[in-house]
Structures are given as C-alpha cells and as structure tokens.
Design a protein around this ligand. Sequence first.
Ligand SMILES: [Zn+2]
Length: 246
Amino acid sequence: MSRLESRREIKRRAALPPDEGEERRRCLVWGCGRPTQRASARGLSHGFCKSHVEFHRRHGSYSRRSYTKAELAPYRKAADKWLRDNNSGPMVLPTIATLQALLDGSGRTVSAYSLRGLDPEDRVRAVLANLRDAGKKGRQLLLITLAVKAATADLGPRGNPEFRHVQISKALHRLASGTHRTTSGFPLKSKYPRAEGNFMRVLGRKVEDIAGIVATPEAVAEVVDLAEALKREVPSAPTSGFGPAR
Ligand SMILES: [Zn+2]
C-alpha cells in the first residue's frame, strides 16, 4: 500500500462509527473525561481522546508536557561539567567519536521544504546533516542525552523511553533550527518544520543507543547530583510553575 493509500485508509477507519458499547468509553488520562477517539468517531484510539492523542504525538507522553529550556538548563550545565570531569574515562572519547561519525555520515543537507514527504529514517538523516553543517559536534549529542536522562531521572516521567527519545530529539532540533538552509540559501527560521511525529522517536533512540554507553545509570545519577548542587547555588532560579502538565 502506498503512503497516500494508507493515509486514506486511516482516514476512512477513523471516521467509522464506534462499535457496540464503544461510544461510552472515556479517555484514560486522569481527569480528562472526554470521549475516546473511537467513541466520537474522530480517530483510531480506543484509549484516548483526540487532544491527548495529539499531545502524545508532540511530547511522547499522554500527560507530561515537554521540558522547557529553563527546566533542562541545570541538567545541561551539570552534563557539561560531568563531561569535563570525566573526559579521560575509557568510553567517553570513543563514544563522542561514534556520535561524530553519525553526524559525518548523514549525507547531504535537505531543504527544510523537502522534509515533509520524507520517510522517518531520511528525516533523521536530514536533521543530523543540518546539525553537522551547523558545526555541531558529537560531544553535544552526548551532552544532550546525559542532560535528558538526568532530567527524566530527577523530574520524571521515569520508565518512559518514548518521552526520553522525543525530548532528546527536541533538544537536537533546537540546536539545528535557525541554521538550516532553504533552497534559495537564505535562512528562514519560521518555516522550519515542527518537531513532531515518528522521526523524533527514531532520532532520539538512535542517539541514545550510542550515547547510552557513557550515559549509564551511574553517570546519570552523578549528573543529577551535580544539577541539584547547581540549583542550590542559584536560589533565585524559578522552581515553581513547572509542575506536570495536564
Ligand atoms: Zn483526554
């Protein structure tokens, strides 16, 4: 089945009337109470409402919104310090070199306008190529993975690899955006495609698979400790208002 055909098929099935008893089902997110997608014949999900399916697509979790820049900042700082302190660790430099090879082997840069129609694997390559052309290095990929793993260990949600992968991708995307090329060669930040969808999972998993050799539970625990120490050093840093999103 072609991509277009399968998209049509999904659309058709999404609009089918709910099965017997299905129309009474409610979204599983605590406190939501809206009918599931199937109950309202507005999608395929038997467990979640349309807006929580959308939320999950963007954030990798049904209930936890993506980390803000400010939330992630202390973990990034801590990961940077940890990498400086552990530069001579046996796996650090080889892992950075492998991540660098991932960037170097990503092929030609693709115009931001052409990204939409690409398969997830090709989109992943395109984001990596943009990062490489923007001068980003393997060390930054490792730093982001350490920071995100430390943040999920400290702030949650724990045990949700999908959320982690999306957060790694979002941080990488943020590094690349604003530096991409358009077909005319002029940067056009506002047109950069939104960072959402399946390729975000693929990209995050790919980077985490390599970076995980260094970003072990022990290393992550050390980064969390460093981040906690950093937060104590800056008592004026905002700590409220970042509670889990509904
Ligand atoms: Zn819901």
